[in-house]
Write a protein that binds this ligand. Structure first.
Ligand code: CA
Ligand code: CA
Length: 341
């Protein structure tokens, strides 16, 4: 195949997901490619990976190559891949040398040559990690600015920034929501935490694997625990009468930004999250802004693959306005670390 003829044509640019698919022609690409989030600071030598999805009803075999940021090294960067029709495979590799950047976003180019086509994807891979810090939950997020990794996404021109911490007692997050109007009774943050091995099922009798929370009206409520049939999560549930014991929430509004600072006890989630430095877990955030942008999905930052939406990804609750379409999964790769310094 002649790669010299490849006109690098941008066939898909989704600003919000910061990924660009570069394809040589207008044919349907045979595979979809995605690099996993980096779940601990990259200069600590983490295991990382790729996902390759065969989009065809026929078998695929090809060579997948990942071009890392300059100066980075991995144990392996070229992989022979054979996929059955519609099969998805995860390919691990270890970063042996990497240099952290202040932006915490890393450009990868992933190329698959096979089936008579070359597919090249440029992806801005995010570092998605929670340093060990105990914040003061008071609505002032200054302690997050130097010590947490911001994950930023844009929905209808409005910015959202999510940061996470963990410590002995709590899982903590701060969310900055740019919005024209703040309605304390309706604007909300929904977030989910699960084991690093968890995935979302596709059938109503499959069970949830996540702890799921809603922060609204200055309180934090738990709306799902592991083991609930997925079908039940789609009947809008009343929020529990009592908020989560020992959870803390502070909300402050400044100009057009609403700032949430949230902590929930980590102990009830210990068996799923196993919080220790270096451990991977799953995390997701939805922002509810019914008087503005509607539902915002953090999943957009992680270059979602085709088929990443799942109608069971998030639990419905009374008072929330969910779109009719399925949402992106609530289980992004995330990790516990000690510090980003
Ligand atoms: Ca604070
Ligand atoms: Ca709003």
């Amino acid at each position: 195949m002649s790669t010299s003829k490849i006109a690098i044509t941008c066939v898909l640019v989704t600003a919000a997901c910061m990924c660009v698919t570069l394809a040589e022609d207008a044919r349907t690409p045979p595979v979809a490619l995605r690099a996993h989030n980096i779940v601990v600071p990259p200069d600590t030598g983490p295991v990382s990976g790729l996902t390759v999805v065969n989009l065809l009803d026929t078998a695929y075999s090809g060579k997948v190559t990942v071009k890392l940021p300059s100066g980075w090294k991995a144990d392996k960067t070229t992989f022979d891949v054979s996929l059955k029709p519609r099969e998805t495979k995860h390919i691990p590799f270890a970063l042996e040398k990497a240099i952290a950047r202040k932006t915490h976003v890393y450009p990868y180019i992933i190329t698959a040559v096979g089936g008579g086509q070359t597919v090249a994807v440029e992806q801005q891979v995010i570092c998605a990690t929670s340093p060990y810090v105990k914040p003061k939950i008071d609505g002032d997020i200054s302690e997050w600015l130097e010590d947490a990794v911001p994950v930023t996404f844009v929905c209808k021109g409005k910015k959202t920034v999510v940061r996470t911490f963990w410590n002995k007692r709590n899982y903590c997050l701060s969310v900055e929501v740019q919005e024209d109007k703040f309605d304390p009774g309706a604007d909300a943050i929904q977030f989910a935490l699960a084991s690093g091995k968890a995935s979302t099922g596709k059938l109503p009798n499959d069970k949830t694997a996540r702890h799921e929370f809603v922060v609204v009206g200055g309180k934090c409520y738990q709306i799902a625990k592991p083991g609930t049939p997925l079908g039940d999560t789609q009947k809008p549930a009343n929020l529990p009468a009592e908020p989560v014991a020992k959870a803390e929430v502070a909300v402050k509004r400044e100009k057009d930004i609403t700032r949430y600072e949230i902590s929930v006890p980590i102990r009830p989630m210990r068996s799923e999250l196993k919080p220790t430095t270096g451990r991977e877990y799953r995390f997701g955030v939805l922002v509810h802004d019914p008087d503005g942008t509607g539902v915002r999905e953090m999943g957009l930052v992680a270059a979602p693959l085709p088929g990443a939406c799942n109608k069971y990804a998030w639990s419905k609750w009374v008072g929330a306005k969910f779109p009719d379409k399925p949402l992106l999964d609530s289980k992004l790769e995330w990790g516990f670390c000690t510090s980003i310094h």
